[in-house]
Write a protein that binds this ligand. Sequence first.
Ligand SMILES: [Zn+2]
Length: 865
Amino acid sequence: MKTRYTTSILIFLFLSFPLFSQEDYFFPNQSSFDPEIPTPSEFLGYDVGEFHTRHDRIVAYFRELARISDKVHVQEIGETYEQRPMIVATITSPENYSNLENIRQEHLKLADPQVPLPSLEGMPVIIQLGYNVHGNEPSSSEASMLTAWYLTASQDPKVEEYLKKAVIFVEPVLNPDGRDRHTTWANSHRGFPPVASAVDREHNEAWPGGRTNHYWFDLNRDWLPLAHVESQARLKFYHKWYPNVVTDFHEMGANSTYFFEPTKQYGSENPIIPRSNYDQLNYLLEPYFANAMNEIGSLYFTKEVFDNSYPGYGSTYPDIQGGLGLVFEQASSRGHLQESIHGDLSFPFTIRNHLVNSIATVKAAVENKNVFLKHQKEYFESAVEQAKDHPGKGYVFSDGGDKNKARAFIDLLLQHKIKVYQSQKDLKTANRNFAKESSYIVPGEQAQFRMVATMFDTVVEFHDSLFYDTSAWSMVHAYGLPSATLNSRQFSSAGLGEKIDSSFLAAKNYPVSKSDYAYLFSWQDYNAPRVLRELLEEEILTKTAYQPFSIQTGNGLKQYTPGSILVPVAMQKMSSENLHKLLQDLADEHQLDIQAVSGGLSSSGIDLGSRNFEKVISPKPLMIIGEGVSSYEAGEIWFLMDMKLDMPLPKVDILDFERLNLEDYNELIMVDGNYSLLQESGVKRIKEWVDNGGTLIAQKSAVNWAINNKLINEELVKESDTLVKEDTGKLRYDYASAEAREGAKVIGGSIYRADLDTTHPLGFGYTDRDLLVYRNSNTLLKQSKNPYSNVAIYKENPLVSGYVSKENLEKLPGTSSIMVSKVGSGKVISFIDNPNFRGTWYGTNKLFFNALFFGPIINVPNAGN
Ligand SMILES: [Zn+2]
């Protein structure tokens, strides 16, 4: 069969390529294809690369392959926020498909250290080809269609052998919502003929671009924290299969070439992963990719860069599951045709490079099938062995008075197939007591030991100082749950209670007694802000306690810490019956303890009518977004408000700021970003609004902005205050050392210990002054001269986990993490660290909730003389 592709003449140039048919271009030296199987271009009605293919058309093409061929089956594994289906196509021989459940059961034995190695004779290798996790790196999804067509239509005996010896899962689009944002952009700006000039609008997406998902999150960071529906669905499928080889296709700058693994040796590898992964498997596959690229004359590089350490990457997570994750990076045409130092770079050229590496992956996995299958078996066996030598025999954590936060963490552990047990006995460690009712044990010795260590261990020593991303990922710290590593004596004395399964996550009843006087709930629970927000929505009068108290409730004497919410009955517009029903519904829906009290006299501390209860004012927040603003941080807050509070958040584009009436809002949120587009008039308006009582919540570099524009009279630590000693004495460095030297100065993401004023409204809901914070910036804020303004400051020796240079670490103690500055009748709340990082910092979300709900009522005292 000569040409299965439409023979329309291609209307644009391929890099170093004259005009040929599509088949000759994408599949040179291939001859025999089944004519019954439509090529992507036959199905789509245009040549591959001529347009960016919409997600629904990609899905339709895979469904068409499944309709026509018994080698292809399509399943939906989930749905995005914008309700796009997430599909996986299974491509394998019809014989394998009819025996798929048996194949799966046999394969799962490789991930179970308790059972012997099954016969590998006839056992297929499991390959997962994943594409387009970054929506505006679009070439790979186009390549996925060509790959699927090739595997289905080729009559080459070699390809038929692939389908016998492998079960191939193709996930053509990992980020459908982001892809379609970019697809629409690229197609709608496409010129006829295409415009290569890099300044053309086609090549320069508007904010926030298509890289991220609906909530502007990077899904290639979410394999570990699982904040998003896409990742949750993907992981569920992943753990059904434990694939042996997993691809993750990307794009990089237009002037680059192509990258495939191995990644940089030692420097950016994950230390928990056995060396065999990097030293053997990666080098086994390297020549396959090199040959594929040599054949078509494409330039490439390996080993120099790309971080492979963070377990939330799509190319690293598989390494922690006994598979091999592979990252591929292609220079991007970001549109249909773009100028580059190598000449005009065309979309089809980028597609072809990913195509040949997709096919090379299948070939390599099949030809080394038993190496991968054995590796997986040895991986899980060695995990158990490694656990025996690990200093921690197990880990304990407790809910710290916050059942719903612990519940969310346990959900995360279960999604990663980590075994967790109720504590059988009370346990005392060096720093803490862990009461058995509220404590949980995670044994080290289990198949998922390396994920257990990932969740609980802290790391402060690194081979390298250059990180592409975060260097700290211990999730128990992100959740802010009290935890401890157990030595063997502690571990055996704790004892394993009941094993926790998904039934633990099922909703329970939270009966609320009826009261004619008042109701109370603690602010310590993660879901308390959600319930407060629902009450404010119903215009229920609520008050928050500024002092602790204890009081007799329908369920006995209860202690309440500052921040606890009081709902009086008699002074509401709602009847006492309806109020009771509302609270009962909220208690059940949000799994929150709400107590009824019959009078206002407390057993200790303040009474319910005390002046130390402040009326909560409904927050009316507004967030500035758009050009110059960090879409990640804005997205984190948008996601938090939608998902955790069910609260609409108006997001104003910075270019529309002039037109809005700021007086309609009582809070303004400014995340990390460059706000120069606000100009002088915008700064003046914000100043006046704060002066008249507004609350500005500023995060990271927005704090610099507030200082530089004299909104607040606070001071940053200047570079000159803390000139690194080494720098002062030596004024000459080798050119080649620049990248490592300068990179090491960046605080790329690490966890620190701060001291939190838990009596401050911004510290409400916390009972421990020891606060773990996530920092990924170099902004350092000096303590305020007003001693009441320093809500959280960095402790001595603050590093908990992650990489930081010695020089930077020395600067941190005593600097501010959270500050509130009085400005006229209003205030500015400064967050130097990100309390909502990646939607997973449950431990510091409460700080942001506090700013949101209590911001308008916070009073900043002045120190007297
Ligand atoms: Zn990417």
